[in-house]
Every structure is written in structure tokens, then in C-alpha cells.
Design a protein around this ligand. Structure first.
Ligand code: G3P
Length: 478
């Protein structure tokens, strides 16, 4: 049961010598949809070796040629949007329209990366010595950006294509090789995406894609001596990786508890629309989803009423039907969400809708009057359930936001721009959106988390820079 897919090594599609596969369960049907290879450590070693060899030649390939191949891959990716989106629907229950958007956005991201790369990597620096005390003008320092070597990319299930290319594109344009370990849910969409890079004609071995159980090859990959950089997006695993990884640059985005602070003077229709979009799109399974609403008491009833009216109009069902709310990715995820909901109920939260679940499908739920002793006030459900905490001062809202161990994004709704800027300054989050829900895109914007939300900054330009190091040559005149 389940169509079997091969992994990608040295420019070829291969079956693992393990003879084993990993099942990908369709979140909607809860049946095995696909199977991917359970790669062995020996196979990982081969992919790493091939990447190392291919990278040396790739780094010497002219930048414009690297860009040309990326543009080609971007175009092929867009041409293949339908079959790739179909995998996203079956593997991660992403609504069909959003699945297509993810692939198109990914093609655009790869093209932009190619353009940005030729500009920023085409520039170097010249320094002269006599600006530092005691020096004559006899030393010229030429520096430029050189690749790191082999980049290991580990994207999450919620954007298996987009958050893979946001690592692959910058790595390749900068002259690195790339080894991809896709998430299990989303692995087949990622393999299709890799196939687009294969069709574009990248050199053999430069890109490798290994699939398998994290328990068997996860640590082996992240601790592999052949890895020169790790770019990871996901959950707590990232913290474990950062403790075990070698002395290599790490780029990590590990989730958030994005707060939405609503002031009395806000445009309440705008607030309600953004709470619903920010909290419930892709059923809340986004790192940047609104995960806690902090509303000034004076406008709380009005906002809750407006949000409830909109939630009542959301469609709940299958991704094939383009329902707004679709099954969450796994049964264990649904159980975790349910645990948070039950805890809040027991501690006295007001349920604005009836809690309803069928299999992995959870109906949208707004929880009002949530208090700090409830788990849902702090933990990330990654599902269509959203807590509202009523506040009596802006300081109370900022305090709740900053007491979180996360610090990815946040948002504030007010018509007073001075207040908005002051609140943004006070919020310990990588990004604060004024009068809009949190979001990573447009994809060239910097994207970073503070505290447990991550290390480093992403976004196209930052990722290209992060995947390079500075190399200097100093000319010493007599
Ligand atoms: O959860 C992944 C995170 O990067 C969100 O991206 O585009 O939904 O804001 P986006």
C-alpha cells in the first residue's frame, strides 16, 4: 500500500539498500498514501561525499551560470505546480489552492535568489591599511564572499517545498552543495521539487536528498563531519540539534507564540479579519500564526463577536475541496491540540464554539477568558484553536508577550502610529507587524526569531550572506 518513491543521490534516483520504507499517512484518510526510502547511514555518507566533491567544481562555476541554472529550476518548478501541489494535498492536507500557491511562491523565491545572488556575491571589498593607527598605505586587503561547503537543509512539514527552496536557493547560488532531509509528511512533494532541480541540469552529486526516520539518520546527518552549515526549520528538535552540532553556522527557526495586541482605538473589522486569517489559515499550522490574542477589555466583546461571526463562515472539510479548515497533520498532533483544549476547559476558559473533532479534523475554536495558568496561554497548539486573554493595559499585553520563551513575530493593532512603534520596540520578537497578522513573506524580508524561536536571520538576502564566509587576500607592498 502506498506508491514507493526513491531517494536522490549522485544525480540518480535510488532504492535504499535497507530494503525498508517509511509510510506517509494521508492526514485526511489516515491511510498510507506514499512510501519513501529508509536510507542507511552508509547511504548518507555517500551523499555527503558526492556533495563535497561536486561543491569544489560548483564553487568555480561562474556566478552567472549558477544563476542561470536556478532560473531554469524555478521555471520547471512552476511548470510542475499541479503534481507537486497534489502531493501537498495528500501528504499534509494543505488546501488545494494554497498548495499551488506554495509551489508558485517557491519558483518566485528561487528566481529572486538567483537575481539577488548575482548582485550581492558579485561585489567584494577593498581596504587599505593607513586608516588604522601606525600603518602606512602599503597593505591592500581584498575580501569577497566564498561558499561554506556542504549545507544541510531540514525543512518542516508545513512548507515542505517552500521552506526547502528557501535554503536550497541561497546555498546553491553562493556556491555550496546541498543535502536535503525533507520532513516525512511532505517528503514526496520535496522529492518532486528536487526532480525539478534535476531536470534543470545541476551537476551530479551537488544536490542530494535523503529520506528516512529521524531516529535513524537525524543525528547522523546533523553531526556529520561533512556538513558545513545547518539550516533547520521546525520544532524543539532544533534546540537538540544546536547542542549536538559541530562548529558550523546554524540557521534555525523553531516556532513561536505570536501575540496579537489589540488597542481600544484599533479598526476592529481589520482586527477580526487578521485574527481569523492569522490564526486559522492552514488550520493554524504556521510558525507565524497568531497564537495568542491580547485584547484591551473595552473592545474585547466586540472583537470576539466579530471573530466568531467570521469563524462561523469558515468551511471545514477536505483539502481537495479547498476547505478553510482541514485535518491537522498527524493524529498525535490532533491529540496534543486536544490536550491543550481540555486543560483550558478544566481551568475555566470560555469556549466560543463547541469543541468538535473527527479523526485529525478539528473545528475552529476561539477560547475566551484564557488565563496565564492555562497551558494554551503559553504553548503552541499548531492547530485551529486560539486563546484570547483580556488585558487592562498595554503593559500587561507586552508583559505576556515577553514572558514567552518564544519570540518569532507579533502584531499590534492601533491607529496611533507612535504607540505602535513604542509597542514594537518593547516586544521581544524578531518582527512586529503593525496593523496586520504576522507573516514571513514577502520572502526577501528578514525573518528571524529571538529566544527559543531561533538563531540567525532568514529571508533571501540574509540566507545568501549566512551561507558564505568572508575570504581575504592581503597584498603587501614593499
Ligand atoms: O511555519 C513556517 C513559517 O515560516 C511561516 O511562514 O509564510 O506562513 O508566514 P508564512
Amino acid at each position: 500500500d502506498g506508491e514507493v518513491y526513491k531517494y536522490y543521490a549522485d544525480g540518480e534516483w535510488r532504492a535504499s539498500a535497507s530494503g525498508k520504507t517509511v509510510a506517509i499517512v494521508n492526514p485526511t484518510t489516515r491511510q498510507t498514501q506514499y512510501r519513501v526510502q529508509a536510507c542507511t547511514q552508509e547511504e548518507v555518507n555517500k551523499v555527503m561525499e558526492a556533495a563535497k566533491v561536486a561543491q569544489k567544481a560548483w564553487a568555480r562555476t561562474p556566478l552567472w551560470k549558477r544563476a542561470e541554472l536556478l532560473h531554469k529550476a524555478a521555471a520547471i518548478l512552476k511548470e510542475h505546480k499541479t503534481p507537486i501541489a497534489e502531493c501537498l494535498v495528500k501528504e499534509i492536507a494543505k488546501p488545494a489552492k494554497d498548495a499551488v500557491s506554495e509551489v508558485v511562491r517557491s519558483g518566485d523565491l528561487v528566481s529572486y535568489t538567483a537575481e539577488e545572488g548575482v548582485r550581492i556575491l558579485g561585489e567584494g571589498k577593498l581596504l587599505v591599511s593607513d586608516s588604522f593607527p601606525g600603518n602606512e598605505r602599503n597593505k591592500y586587503c581584498l575580501s569577497s564572499k566564498v561558499p561554506l561547503g556542504v549545507v544541510l537543509a531540514i525543512p518542516p512539514f508545513n512548507y515542505p517545498v517552500n521552506l526547502a527552496v528557501s535554503k536550497i536557493g541561497p546555498a546553491l547560488i553562493a556556491g555550496n552543495a546541498l543535502v536535503l532531509k525533507p520532513p516525512t509528511q511532505g517528503a514526496v512533494a520535496a522529492l518532486h521539487m528536487v526532480h525539478c532541480f534535476h531536470l534543470a541540469g545541476f551537476p551530479k552529486g551537488l544536490i542530494g536528498c535523503v529520506t528516512g526516520k529521524g531516529s535513524e539518520i537525524g543525528d547522523f546527518l546533523t553531526m556529520h563531519p561533512g556538513v558545513n552549515c545547518i539550516s533547520f526549520t521546525g520544532g524543539d528538535t532544533g534546540i537538540a540539534i544546536s547542542k549536538k552540532a559541530g562548529m558550523v553556522p546554524l540557521q534555525m527557526e523553531l516556532g513561536g507564540k505570536d501575540a496579537c495586541i489589540v488597542l481600544e482605538d484599533a479598526d476592529l473589522d481589520l482586527v477580526a479579519a487578521n485574527i481569523v486569517k492569522g490564526g486559522f489559515s492552514y488550520s493554524g499550522q504556521r510558525c507565524t500564526a497568531v497564537k495568542v490574542v491580547l485584547i484591551m477589555e473595552a473592545v474585547a466583546d466586540a472583537v470576539v463577536e466579530k471573530v466568531n461571526a467570521k469563524l462561523g463562515k469558515l468551511t471545514v472539510g477536505t483539502p481537495e475541496d479547498n476547505s478553510d479548515i482541514t485535518p491537522v497533520v498527524t493524529e498525535s498532533s490532533a491529540n496534543f491540540i486536544e490536550g491543550l483544549v481540555i486543560d483550558a476547559k478544566e481551568k475555566g476558559a470560555t469556549f466560543c464554539q463547541e469543541y468538535k473533532r473527527e479523526g485529525n479534523l478539528i473545528w475552529p475554536l476561539l477560547l475566551d477568558h484564557v488565563r496565564p495558568d492555562m497551558r494554551i496561554a503559553w504553548e503552541e497548539p499548531f492547530g485551529p484553536v486560539l486563546p484570547v486573554i483580556r488585558i487592562n493595559s498595554v503593559e500587561e499585553g507586552i508583559h505576556h508577550c515577553n514572558a514567552s520563551n518564544f519570540g518569532l513575530q507579533g502584531c499590534v493593532f492601533t491607529r496611533d502610529i507612535n504607540k505602535a512603534i513604542m509597542i514594537s520596540d518593547a516586544m521581544e520578537s524578531g518582527t512586529v507587524q503593525i496593523n496586520s497578522a504576522p507573516a514571513r513573506g514577502p520572502d526577501h524580508f528578514p525573518f528571524q526569531g529571538l529566544k527559543d524561536s531561533g538563531i540567525g536571520s532568514q529571508g533571501i538576502t540574509n540566507s545568501i550572506n549566512m551561507m558564505t564566509k568572508v575570504k581575504s587576500t592581503v597584498i603587501n607592498l614593499p
